[in-house]
Design a binder for this molecule. Structure first.
Ligand code: PGA
Length: 256
């Protein structure tokens, strides 16, 4: 597998953290620290922080993403946000199917698929999250489960649209727990995802797809993870809230 055929992306997932003014301050602090990155740098922020984030990131190498999107174009869906709304603000990326949304907000593989298609139809890049729970790993079904999540998420996605799909492998047991998958475990499952994409879209598309690892990636362990042949960067939660830690991870991917 040739890593040169795809972009490494380090994306922060701020979750429900930072107000608009805190957003401006943190991005201003991050900008000079990540300016020399050779990977792509993305910050996915709460909806209300997006305008401040876009403004603060203007002229820099940081692209802004959202953390979710609704699958309908418009209508009576109180509290929801459409892909067109994000697009008009200048959002380029959107996280879809994060395990916290699956766990706390009723997200299913089917709704992940609908959101992915809506995001792609609007021209956004979808960062689609997949990953097993601890019991599923212990049951020995990680590969099958992650392949199934990937397949369902991509139902109806065209080969052309695949160019704007990023998959994030995030073992649920590693998110926010301080327990990171070993580099070998991360690589093994990212390779399963790549093989699944190859079976659906062919080898060339699979080699061109960015597949990230996420789950307690930090300034200390990032270099080893992103150096793995099938790991193309990371989706970073906790460590993306600190300018110094995030920039170390970004620069590890640059060198990885
Ligand atoms: P974490 O979160 O880095 O805090 O484990 C990762 C994620 O939820 O995307």
């Amino acid at each position: 597998m040739n890593k040169a055929k795809r972009a490494a992306i380090i994306a922060g997932n701020w979750k429900m953290n930072n107000t608009p003014s805190q957003t401006t301050a943190l991005i201003n602090e991050m900008k000079p620290k990540v300016a020399d990155a050779s990977c792509k740098v993305v910050l996915c922020v709460p909806y209300v922080d997006i305008p401040a984030a876009i403004e603060a990131a203007k002229g820099s190498n940081i692209a802004i993403g959202a953390e979710n999107v609704h699958f309908e174009k418009s209508g009576a869906f109180t509290g929801e946000i459409s892909a067109d709304m994000l697009n008009e603000l200048g959002v380029e990326y959107v996280i879809i199917g994060h395990s916290e949304r699956r766990q706390y907000f009723g997200e299913t593989d089917e709704t992940v698929n609908k959101r992915t298609r809506a995001a792609l139809d609007a021209g956004l890049t979808a960062i689609v999250c997949v990953g097993e729970q601890l019991t599923e790993r212990e049951q020995g079904i990680t590969a099958e489960l992650v392949a199934m999540q990937t397949k369902i998420a991509l139902l109806g996605v065209s080969a052309e649209q695949m160019k704007k799909v990023v998959i994030a492998y995030e073992p649920v047991w590693a998110i926010g727990t301080g327990k990171t998958a070993t580099a070998e475990q991360a690589n093994e499952v990212c390779a399963v995802i790549r093989a699944t994409i190859a079976s659906l879209y062919g080898d060339e598309a699979a080699e061109a797809t960015t597949i990230q690892y996420g789950g307690s990636m930090n300034a200390k362990n990032a270099a080893e993870l992103v150096a793995q042949p099938d790991v193309d960067g990371g989706l970073i939660g906790g460590a993306s809230l600190k300018a110094e830690d995030f920039s170390v991870i970004v620069n590890a991917a640059t060198n990885g």
